[in-house]
Design a protein around this ligand. Structure first.
Ligand code: AMP
Length: 269
């Protein structure tokens, strides 16, 4: 008999603000240990003890799963966050986002994209053509869910990332999230940096160049961060984008090319 798969989602908040979250797809026998591990992660957050933790578990219809390959991985080393943000601007512009739209998006993450400069639970959606924000609830945003590595691929990817010096759980989880976002029809690019004050690496992702890490995108100690998905509403409707990002189960079973870190060379065009 085939094992059933379950989506396991955790989100935790403190003082009414998003604290941490995680998404997994696991076999039925691993549901209990996964909810325990994710609950422990929330309890051990460096920011503080959560006021509430919510774990949801839903069975997945295996016929609806998309199996896909992860994006290529590049790492750009920058001297400081100012250079990192210029690198992000340049990579977003190469992905087809107009410079003024990309610059506005970078300023938005730096200021905190939620109401009154807070951290959002999910991502901002921006119309790539106009720069207009599209998400209905600016506190919640759009939370990408139902994505993971296929179980027999996890250890292989972990070993590959370790060899490349990238064995941080944040890299693996961000790569999976970026992979699902890029697989969504209508998504042009993604910009992300963490709200964790001590984690300053972020990335720009696009279909052609993949998941492009930038070593420094914010000042150490800064609690702001978030995600922005740039979308093309001429190729997909807003509702179909949101449905895909939130509901479509995607399992990754192959790795892309992982390049050695390279120093960012400023491109002044
Ligand atoms: P993290 O990299 O986990 O520190 O997340 C940084 C920010 O990205 C969070 O504050 C959220 O705004 C956003 N984010 C995290 N996980 C998701 C997700 N699954 N879907 C959409 N946005 C997310």
């Amino acid at each position: 008999m085939k094992t059933s798969l379950y989506s396991v989602r955790m989100r935790a908040s403190i003082g009414g603000q998003h604290l941490t979250g995680a998404e997994r797809i696991v076999a039925e026998g691993a549901v209990a240990e996964t909810t325990t591990a994710l609950t422990k992660r929330a309890m051990n957050s460096a920011v503080g003890s959560p006021d509430d933790i919510c774990c949801s578990v839903d069975k997945i219809d295996s016929a609806t799963i998309l199996y896909a390959k992860l994006p290529d991985v590049k790492t750009f080393l920058v001297d400081n966050f100012q250079q990192g943000q210029l690198a992000a601007l340049s990579l977003l512009s190469r992905a087809g986002i107009q410079k003024n739209v990309a610059a506005k998006a970078i300023d938005l993450l730096a200021a905190g994209p939620g109401p009154d400069g807070t951290v959002m639970r999910g991502a901002v959606l921006i119309d790539a053509a106009t720069g207009q924000r599209l998400e209905k609830n600016p506190n919640r945003g759009v939370r990408v869910s139902r994505m993971d590595l296929s179980s027999d691929f996890r250890s292989k990817l972990e070993a590959t990332l370790k060899t490349a010096g990238l064995n941080h759980y944040r890299v693996l989880e961000a790569l999976v999230l970026a992979g699902k976002v890029l697989s969504c029809p209508g998504v042009v690019a993604e910009l992300c940096w963490s709200d964790a004050p001590d984690y300053t690496t972020g990335y720009v992702a696009d279909l052609q160049y993949g998941y492009q890490r930038i070593s420094n995108l914010k000042m150490a100690g800064d609690p702001c961060g978030g995600r922005i998905f740039f979308v093309d509403l001429t190729t997909a409707s807003l509702q179909s984008l949101i449905d895909y990002l939130e509901l479509k189960p995607v399992l990754f079973n192959a790795v892309g090319t992982i390049s050695a870190p390279q120093k960012w060379i400023t491109n002044d065009e």
